[in-house]
Design a protein. Structure first.
Length: 386
């Protein structure tokens, strides 16, 4: 019986613990997701260099997208994986991707390009797409120290450089490639700026300065002409796609996935670890339930002895005896034996001349034992009668 009660108590305690931890977990999750939502809503203001057509910040590409739409060109944002690239599109623009390729994406992209299509890669930093297309970017540490933006560029004649005379760059990484068929079309004092190479029946074009086509710089020099050359030279009558999937658009289908791709993931993991530590510190028993700790109640005789010793120290035997008689009467009523004839006679005798009955400490002890014996006998009679 005790074990069962103990198990029930532990179940109640365990349920309360889990409810508490669940509540803390929900609060932590909501707080983390709130931070993620705040981060997302303020991304454009916090990161002016985010190269997405949704960004109107200085480094964004919204102006280019709206301009192409105003020219009645079939341009669209692509917010799916590269496994689903449409066959009726001929040009895909990938600008400074923030996320790498998923499983199978790179193979699908290479196959799509090799079928006679064009991939335009625009990036200032190394990324997996550049590496897979056999391009490399070498940082130039002094590239932002030049004061002359109009310093001469070297142009390789061709359809991609036609009509371009002036480019205003604050500096860029040196674009290189070990592929033997790579042709560098534009070169500056910082190194290669624009290069192209064949990929099957298609081609890959790489530009190492995304600022040239950004909202802030699209109107400068011949940047707009460069954009049209890169995007329309091989388009034909097919549509033009600008990738947004690798900026996070269209790929987040759940709160959990949003959290996984957010900067708040580390904080959430730390919170989960903290909850686990709190749970482990509370402890858990993986065995049979232990019985509840039974409170040890002291016997009435111990109470009598304690009272006798207390009053003995104060030399108040008569007061002690009167308190003892009162306690015996109260206890008899509590256990319903106060009508016992023997006990009533004992109590009646005790009330008469207590000064004469309790002369010494021994008299007090004997009287106390007599009262307790009468009370105990009355209790036994009641138990037998029941």
């Amino acid at each position: 019986m005790g074990a069962a009660v103990g198990g029930l108590g532990m179940n109640k305690g365990g349920r309360a613990t889990w409810l508490l931890m669940g509540g803390l977990g929900i609060l932590l999750f909501l707080a983390a997701y709130g931070l993620v939502a705040l981060e997302t809503s303020q991304t454009d203001r916090q990161s002016p260099q985010r190269r997405t057509t949704y960004s109107a910040a200085a480094g964004g590409y919204k102006a280019l997208y709206l301009w192409l739409q105003s020219l009645d060109l079939p341009v669209a944002r692509w917010e799916k994986g590269f496994e689903n690239l449409p066959q009726d599109s001929s040009v895909l623009v990938l600008v400074e991707p923030e996320l790498g390729p998923g499983t199978g994406e790179m193979d699908a992209l290479k196959e799509w390009v090799s079928d006679g299509r064009t991939l335009v890669l625009i990036a200032s930093r190394p990324n997996p797409f550049l590496k897979n297309m056999e391009f490399a970017l070498v940082p130039v540490f002094a590239m932002h120290q030049s004061e002359d933006k109009n310093e001469a560029f070297l142009f390789q004649p061709g359809s991609y450089t036609q009509g371009i005379h002036t480019l205003e760059s604050d500096g860029h990484a040196d674009l290189t490639s070990k592929h033997p068929e790579t042709v560098v079309l534009i070169r500056s004092k910082w190194g290669g700026l624009l290069a192209v190479r064949a990929k099957g029946n298609g081609r890959v074009i790489c530009l190492s300065d995304p600022n040239l086509l950004s909202n802030q710089s699209l109107r400068d020099g011949d940047h707009a002409r460069l954009a049209l050359n890169l995007l329309l030279a091989n388009r034909g009558d097919d549509s033009l796609l600008i990738d947004e999937y690798h900026h996070g658009y269209g790929r987040v289908t759940s709160v959990l996935e949003h959290l996984v791709h957010s900067r708040g993931l580390v904080q959430v993991l730390q919170g989960i670890l903290l909850l686990f530590v709190l749970w482990a510190a509370r402890g858990r028993r993986f065995g049979l339930p232990r019985p509840l700790i039974q409170e040890k109640r002291r016997s009435s005789l111990e109470y009598v002895k304690a009272m006798a010793q207390l009053f003995q120290r104060g030399r108040a035997r008569v007061l002690a005896f009167e308190a003892l008689v009162g306690w015996t009467e109260k206890e008899a009523k509590n256990i319903l034996v106060h009508r016992d004839h023997t006990l009533q006679n004992k109590l009646l005798a005790a009330r008469r001349n207590p000064d004469k009955q309790v002369v010494s400490d021994r008299d007090l002890l004997v009287s106390a034992q007599g009262l307790y014996s009468a009370l105990d006998e009355a209790r036994r009679k009641a138990a037998r009668g029941a």
